[in-house]
Structures are given as structure tokens and as C-alpha cells.
Design a protein around this ligand. Sequence first.
Ligand SMILES: CC(C)(COP(=O)(O)OP(=O)(O)OC[C@H]1O[C@@H](n2cnc3c(N)ncnc32)[C@H](O)[C@@H]1OP(=O)(O)O)[C@@H](O)C(=O)NCCC(=O)NCCS
Length: 100
Amino acid sequence: MQFTVTDAPTRERFEARDEAGVVAGLVTYQLTGNIIVYTHTEVDPAFEGRGVGSTLARAVMDDARARGRTVVPICPFLAEWLVKHPEYEGIVARSTRKVK
Ligand SMILES: CC(C)(COP(=O)(O)OP(=O)(O)OC[C@H]1O[C@@H](n2cnc3c(N)ncnc32)[C@H](O)[C@@H]1OP(=O)(O)O)[C@@H](O)C(=O)NCCC(=O)NCCS
């Protein structure tokens, strides 16, 4: 099945829809200037394990790169996905916060 990812700025999220237009998953964000913080990824349980999460991850990173944005990946799923996809390293800013 094909999933199409679109930005829904009024809801501050990217949505992945199936061919019938059903929302299968989403990535929420907060945008400040050209810094985009990806806060959470969620796939509808009915669609889990079918590549929706990966499709969303690639789409939101490609979108950020195309718009010249810097990505702050707070969402653990995206942070983990980025470890496996170092080709996006150049647009990612990671926290330097130290835990005592
Ligand atoms: C985590 C979640 C977004 C994955 O979506 P999905 O559509 O099932 O993922 P995909 O089928 O595209 O699989 C993507 C990859 O992520 C991996 N993965 C699955 N769940 C994961 C998790 N919780 N954390 C990190 N990686 C995960 C898969 O093993 C797969 O790896 P591979 O490409 O090396 O095989 C989805 O299971 C979900 O919404 N879970 C509940 C909410 C949640 O835990 N969100 C993440 C924290 S913000």
C-alpha cells in the first residue's frame, strides 16, 4: 500500500494517509524560525509494522532539508531512525545537555 505524507501546519503535524485518505500515522512538530523540533511519531495500531513510520521519517527529513531547516529530534523513534540514516546528519542538531 502507498502512503502519502503531507504537512498540516495548522495542526503542527505531518500526516501519512493511505490511498483512501485515512490517516495512518503522524509526526507532530514545533517550528521556530528555521528550527523544527519533531516531538512525537504515532502510527495507528491498525497500520503498525507496514513501513508507515519509516515513510514518515524519510518524508519529514527530506522536507526539512528541502526547506533549509535544522532538525531537533526529540521523538525517540526518529532519533533512533536517524542513527540508521546518517545521510541526514548535516541537518540534525542534537541536545548537548548533560545529566548529573
Ligand atoms: C514506533 C512507531 C511510530 C513505528 O511505526 P511503524 O509504522 O510500525 O514502523 P515501520 O513499520 O516503518 O518500522 C520502522 C522501523 O522502526 C523500528 N521500530 C519499531 N518500533 C520502534 C520504536 N518504538 N523505537 C524505535 N524503532 C522502532 C522497526 O523495527 C523498523 O526498523 P527497520 O526499518 O530497521 O526494520 C509505531 O509503532 C507507534 O506509533 N508506536 C506507538 C507510539 C510510539 O512509541 N511512538 C514513538 C515514540 S515518539
